[in-house]
Ligand binder design. Structure first.
Ligand code: FAD
Ligand code: FES
Length: 261
C-alpha cells in the first residue's frame, strides 16, 4: 500500500454551516493515487495538543492536484482545523486504508448518513467516470436541512438523483434514510456502499442481507496511528479474531464484520 507524508497547502476553507467545513488542500502526490473510501491523517496544529493526527475521508480529488475533506467541528483537532488559513501548510499522511471495491455488474446505491456522506462524493464521481451507464442511486440522511442541504448539491451537480431523509422532516422524507432505501426499486442486483452512524449501517446491512444485495460499509472507529501499528482501531471479524479498521478497512464487506444486533 502506497502512503505519503505530504506537506500540503490550504487552498480554500469554506464554512458550509455553523459547524461543517470543507477544506481544499493542494496535495498532488496524495491526490494522484487516492481511491474512494480511503482517508488521510492530518496534523491539525503545530503544537503537541492534540498530539495525534486526525483521520478524515477524502471527499473528492481534482485534476489540479488538490483534494477535499468535509468535516464537522466536534473537538479540539477539528476546531483548530476549522481555523486554518489559506496558504498555511498542513502535514498530511495518506492515502490510507482499503477503500470501496466498485462492482461494475450491479446497480450502485450510495448510502450516507451525517458526515458519513463525505467519502461518497468521490465514489459517485468515480463510478460516473468509469461506468457512466451505471449512474448510481444516492440516499442521504442527516439531522436536519441545515446539515444536509449544503452536501446535496455536489451530488446533484454530477447529474445523480438524490433521495433524502431528515430526522426532523425539514428536508425530504421525515424519518430514517432506511425507510427511503426500502421504498426504492433497486432491482435484483444491487450493491450498497455505506458510511455513517453504526445503527444506520446495521439497518442497511440487515436490509441488504434480506435482499441478497452486496453491502460495503466504511467503519469510522477512533484511530491513533492510522496505519496498522497500534491496536487503536480493531473491530471483531465474523471469521474470528480482529481486523484493523485503518489498514484492513475502513471499508469492509458488511458480512466480514460482527454486528451487535
Ligand atoms: C477513517 C475515518 C474517516 C473519517 N472521516 C471523517 C470525515 O470525513 N468527516 C468528519 O467530520 N469526521 C470524520 N471522521 C471522524 C473524525 O476523525 C473525528 O471527528 C475527529 O478525529 C475528531 O477530532 P477532534 O480532535 O476534533 O475531537 P476529539 O476531541 O478527538 O473528540 C471529540 C468528540 O468526538 C468523538 N469522536 C472522535 N472521533 C470519533 C469517531 N471516529 N467516531 C465517533 N466519534 C468520534 C469523541 O469521542 C469525542 O466525544 C473520520 C474518522 C475515521 C476513523
Ligand atoms: S489506528 Fe493504529 S492500528 Fe489502526
Amino acid at each position: 500500500m502506497s502512503q505519503i507524508q505530504e506537506k500540503t497547502q490550504v487552498i480554500r476553507l469554506e464554512q458550509l454551516t455553523s459547524d461543517i467545513v470543507r477544506l481544499t488542500l493542494d496535495a498532488p502526490e496524495i491526490s494522484s493515487i487516492a481511491s474512494p473510501g480511503q482517508f488521510v491523517m492530518i496534523r491539525t496544529g503545530n503544537t503537541s495538543d492534540p498530539l495525534l493526527r486526525r483521520p478524515f475521508s477524502i471527499s473528492q480529488t481534482s485534476s489540479d492536484g488538490s483534494f477535499q475533506i468535509l468535516f464537522k467541528v466536534v473537538g479540539r483537532g477539528t476546531s483548530l482545523l476549522s481555523h486554518c488559513r489559506k496558504g498555511e501548510y498542513l502535514s498530511v499522511l495518506g492515502p490510507l486504508g482499503r477503500g470501496y471495491r466498485i462492482d461494475p455488474h450491479r446497480l450502485a446505491c450510495l448510502v450516507g448518513g451525517g458526515m458519513g456522506i463525505a467519502p461518497l462524493l468521490f465514489l459517485g464521481k468515480t463510478i460516473m467516470r468509469k461506468y457512466p451507464d451505471q449512474g448510481p442511486v444516492v440516499v442521504l440522511g442527516a439531522k436536519n436541512r441545515e446539515e444536509l442541504a449544503p452536501l446535496i448539491d455536489d451530488f446533484a451537480d454530477l447529474g445523480l438523483k438524490v433521495h433524502v431523509a431528515t430526522d426532523d422532516g425539514s428536508l425530504g422524507h421525515h424519518g430514517l434514510l432506511t425507510d427511503v432505501l426500502k421504498a426504492l426499486d433497486l432491482g435484483p442486483q444491487c450493491t450498497t456502499y455505506v458510511c455513517g452512524p453504526k445503527p444506520m449501517m446495521t439497518a442497511v446491512h440487515l436490509f441488504c442481507r434480506s435482499k441478497h444485495y452486496g453491502c460495503q460499509v466504511s467503519v469510522e472507529t477512533s484511530m491513533a496511528c492510522g496505519m496498522g501499528a497500534c491496536l487503536g482501531c480493531i473491530v471483531p471479524l465474523e471469521k474470528g479474531g480482529y481486523g484493523h479498521s485503518c489498514s484492513d478497512g475502513p471499508v469492509f464487506d458488511a458480512e466480514e464484520l460482527v454486528w451487535s444486533l
